[in-house]
Design a protein around this ligand. Structure first.
Ligand code: HEM
Length: 567
């Protein structure tokens, strides 16, 4: 039986099981009459060509197999070897002691083949396991040396990139249309080292402190008892996490089921610190604006989607030479501007609404990897991979991410993860980190310490990180300006009437699975505080009495007096 048939059978089973639960629903169709969602609130670019994107993927043909004994060794059919390079004479039959005898342990070809097969999987990413990648090029289009010394932004300069798109919660091999934020991670191979902008399609995030991330992910992943994702569990978590209201409104809108990876914007989400050659700093947020437009699927379209529709679309369009393009935009703020904000500028549950965007470059994806595992699966993006001129802000989520990614990658792939072709910088690596599994650093010097008069290495003061003063009471407590609901309301009101209706339907689909009246009521009360129409329609859709919602709002306001009326 062909592999495809078993995949299709699984897809059919999953479709049958999906019922009304939006988060559980497999996704997206290849025919997609899709709306450019939120066009008025996202950045627009002049004359951006918009295409609905209908991949017409050719069935991949089988290149042809040759019997190992055929014309082995000719130029057309290379001689097979073992991993040690030694030619092998037989690849179809094990070495056995006669017709009725056992197979011999001395059959090194067999043992090696099975042993390598046994080790074909590396642990999948703990999140963002299902993804697809492509190579491309970034071109800087503006001189921004006044705000950053990052060499990749010298106007006109071209930098190779590798991008990986992904879903967040669902495992490797899951249907690509499952409702989720979408990862949009870009690795820039700059001449001063790799810069990874590890973002999402949505401009904000669920939580604002890294210490909550493992709990949130545990609630969203399948239950440790039933091994099923369960809205009872994640809404239990979110009912105690009002700052997630903005992100939940985004994820349950049709942005949670994009029509294609080409038709998504990307967001760095956090503020970063930019530093110019004089050591002056500003804070900045990055956004990729898709020239293909933002297009999404609604629940009905997603329900008829094929399993791999996002990968098929990306690979198909690139194969046709229809290369997707994004403009890179930047927003900047100085600390002197922070006082006027009614939110914390380093709170990743907030957008910097009203702060102007400026185009600083464009990116074209023009080649799919020659091998999925070697490039896409083994790619290792890490917010800690920054280059001179780009530094971290005090965003508490970003600070946690600086540790988490490189740590997981040393476990997921190995200590020498950075030596793999997809992760290796173009700039040469000079330091005394060494050894570990699968080391291929080809070190020849015996000076693996610093300082060393016998073989000096230098550290140029130009690349010192920026300095800043900290004068505060060390404590583990929430930020002051939480303002949990205003931006979720603004998002809701900016949606088209149809997108608002779809948001309520999508959210109600999962909220109706929740058996706890308390959890449901609190969740509705959050959306009500974002926007009264939103909350009222949701209350009707999930059968929660408005009197209960009002009580929950009053309870929340009593416990959080500073929040009460911010819009
Ligand atoms: C403190 C909060 C967070 C933690 C601890 C965290 C942790 C992780 C980990 C461990 C991975 C797997 C990395 C790998 O195996 O290579 C990952 C992947 C990813 N995360 Fe996060 N994450 C956090 C928040 C975020 C946020 C806010 C965003 C978006 C701005 C984000 C975007 C991504 C993306 C796009 C990937 C996939 C990268 C790829 O394609 O390989 N994460 N995250």
């Amino acid at each position: 039986m062909k592999n495809l048939n078993s995949r299709q059978a699984m897809a059919a089973m999953l479709l049958a099981a999906a019922s009304t639960s939006a988060l559980m629903a497999p996704a997206a169709a290849q025919t997609m009459p899709v709306a450019d969602t939120q066009a008025e609130t996202r950045m627009t670019t002049a004359a951006a060509p918009v295409s609905a994107g209908k991949p017409a993927l050719a069935q991949a043909g089988v290149a042809g197999t040759v019997d190992a004994k055929g014309d082995a060794g000719s130029a057309a059919t290379p001689q097979m070897t073992r991993d040690n390079g030694a030619p092998i004479g037989e690849n179809r039959h094990s070495k056995a002691a006669g017709d009725f005898g056992p197979v011999l342990l001395e059959d090194t070809t067999l043992i090696e083949k099975l042993a390598r097969f046994d080790r074909e999987r590396e642990p999948e990413r703990v999140v963002h396991a299902r993804g697809t990648g492509a190579h491309g090029v970034f071109t800087a289009t503006a001189d921004i040396s006044n705000i950053t010394s990052a060499s990749l932004f010298a106007s006109g300069k071209q930098t190779p990139v590798f991008v990986r798109f992904s879903t967040v919660i669902h495992p490797s091999g899951s249907p690509e249309g499952m409702r989720d934020p979408r990862g949009f991670a870009t690795k820039f191979y700059t001449d001063q080292g790799n810069w990874d902008l590890v973002g999402n399609n949505l401009p904000i995030f669920f939580i604002r402190d890294a210490i909550q991330f493992p709990d949130m992910i545990h609630s969203l992943k399948p239950s440790p008892v039933t091994n099923k994702q369960d809205p009872n569990r994640f809404f239990d978590f979110f009912s105690a996490t009002p700052e997630a209201t903005n992100m939940l409104a985004h994820v349950y809108s049709n942005l949670g089921t994009p029509a294609s990876y080409r038709t998504m914007d990307g967001n760095g989400v956090h503020a970063f610190k930019l530093v110019n050659a004089k050591g002056e700093t500003v804070f900045a947020k990055f956004r990729w604006i898709s020239r293909q437009g933002v297009k999404n699927l609604n629940g009905a379209q997603v329900a008829t989607a094929s399993w791999n529709y996002l990968t098929d679309d990306l690979y198909g369009e690139i194969a046709k030479g229809d290369f997707p393009v994004w403009d890179l935009m930047v927003q900047t703020m100085k600390p002197s501007e922070f006082a006027k904000l009614d939110y914390n500028p380093f709170d990743d549950t907030k957008e910097w609404l009203g702060v102007p965007f400026r185009k600083i470059g464009e990116m074209t994806l023009n080649k799919v990897p020659t091998n999925f595992f070697e490039f896409t699966e083994q790619s290792a993006f890490a917010p800690a991979n920054m280059v001179p001129g780009i530094e971290a802000s005090p965003d508490r989520m970003l600070q946690g991410r600086l540790f988490s990614y490189s740590d997981t990658q040393r476990h997921r792939i190995g200590a020498n993860v950075m030596q793999l072709p997809v992760n290796r910088p173009l700039a040469s690596v000079v330091n005394n980190n060494q050894d570990g599994q699968l080391d291929h650093a080809t070190r020849t010097s015996d000076v693996n310490y610093f300082p060393a008069a016998t073989a000096a290495k230098s550290t140029d003061a130009r690349y010192r990180a920026s300095t800043y003063a900290v004068d505060a009471m060390v404590d583990a407590k929430p930020i002051a300006k939480t303002n949990n609901f205003a931006q979720a309301g603004a998002f809701y009101r900016a949606l088209s009437a149809q997108d608002r209706a779809d948001l309520v339907t999508n959210l109600a689909g999962d909220l109706n699975v929740v058996t706890s009246a308390r959890t449901k009521t609190i969740m509705v009360s959050y959306f009500y505080q974002a926007d009264q129409d939103f909350g009222t329609r949701l209350a009707t859709a999930v059968n929660v009495p408005m009197a209960d919602v009002s009580r929950a709002v009053a309870d929340y306001r009593a416990a959080n007096p500073a929040q009460t009326t911010r819009r």
